[in-house]
Design a protein around this ligand. Structure first.
Ligand code: ATP
Length: 233
């Protein structure tokens, strides 16, 4: 579904992504874990069409990924950005509607209902402005809003950042059901434990390079990964 080969991204002289190659298959959940500054957000913003790679190839659904953000969204790749970036002054209902604004089909009402089934908490909050929701509720709304565009694949930048453990559980369960519904996911996370539990496969990113990759289960058992990212001594 998504394939990156030899991707390099620079900020001036800073080499933020180095020869990065990774892939996400149909129906797969893939995590990229790494510490602060590893390049996770850079990867997400490059995929969203906001940052331009200096070299390398990005293929999405068999074609080169478009180079501008709105074309990327139109091609079916939706980003749920870090810290959510909702329309804080708009209600939950209005945020959901905005999520479907690029669509011209008649299924919007049906999808709104599907989202409210997936995120029952949002149904109770439909008229409330997004800025007054709790962190976890905002994250769910951000995911629901992205799904309203019927993306072919979802990118998530640190969806559990700053959330209480119970909320982390809920967000992860939701992502699992999104994946089971057939939408592939690429998730970047500092929370390696949760990200590896959710994913089928994963990559470990250090200073812009992939230093380990494989089935998420294997990485969870890998002593080097455990020491560096999971707090083992
Ligand atoms: P975090 O989890 O802290 O957000 P990250 O893994 O998402 O970290 P990035 O934000 O992608 O990491 O940063 C990768 C590298 O690029 C870092 O060394 C960072 O300082 C640098 N960088 C990021 N944004 C810019 C920018 N706008 N200008 C210059 N350097 C940048």
């Amino acid at each position: 579904m998504l394939s990156l080969r030899g991707l390099n991204v620079h900020y001036g002289k800073i080499h933020a992504l180095r020869d990065l190659s990774l892939s996400v298959g149909e129906g797969e959940a893939v995590s990229v874990v790494g510490a602060n500054g590893a390049g996770k957000s850079t990867l997400m913003w490059t995929l969203a069409g906001v940052l331009r790679p200096t070299s390398g190839e990005i293929l999405f659904a068999g074609a080169p990924l478009p180079s501008r953000p709105h074309e990327v969204v139109r091609s079916g790749l939706a980003l749920v950005p870090e810290r959510r970036r909702l329309f804080a002054e708009l209600s939950v209902e209005e945020n959901l509607t905005m999520g479907g604004y690029l669509r011209r089909d008649a299924g919007l009402g049906e999808d709104r209902e599907r989202m409210l089934e997936l995120f029952p908490i949002l149904r109770q909050r439909l008229a409330q402005t997004a800025g007054t929701l709790s962190g976890g509720e905002q994250q769910m709304l951000a995911i629901a809003r992205a799904l309203m565009g019927r993306p072919r694949m979802l990118l998530l930048d640190e969806p559990t950042l700053g959330l209480a453990p119970l909320m982390v559980d809920q967000v992860m369960e939701t992502l699992d059901s999104v994946r089971r519904g057939g939408t592939p996911l690429l998730l970047v996370e500092q929370n390696a434990q949760r990200a590896l539990e959710l994913a089928d496969r994963a990559y470990v990113l250090e200073t812009g390079s992939v230093v380990r990759e494989g089935p998420a289960r294997d990485l969870l058992d890998d002593p080097v990964v455990r020491r560096a990212y999971l707090g083992d001594l």
